[in-house]
Design a protein around this ligand. Structure first.
Ligand SMILES: [Zn+2]
Length: 78
């Protein structure tokens, strides 16, 4: 593997790992709700009575955009 190839792979990996942080940062600083638009909601900011379990999945209201969201088996909101 040449030095240039290794460098390209390094920058590709760096970009892939940085994207979620850039999304979170822009959401926190600019309140862009970018992650919501990309289907990555935040259900953690809701009050406990706002979280409902219907016997199959957990429902909550996204603290950023106010949309009703569901939690998957990995704990992510969509
Ligand atoms: Zn949202």
């Amino acid at each position: 593997m040449s030095h240039e190839t290794a460098q390209i792979i390094f920058y590709l990996l760096l970009t892939v790992f940085l994207v979620p942080y850039i999304l979170l940062l822009s959401d926190a600083v600019l309140d862009t709700k970018l992650s919501c638009r990309w289907g990555w909601h935040n259900g953690k900011g809701v009050s406990s009575d706002g979280v409902k379990f219907d016997g199959c999945s957990v429902h909550a209201r996204c603290s950023k955009c106010g949309k009703d969201v569901m939690q998957d088996s990995q704990g992510n909101w969509f």
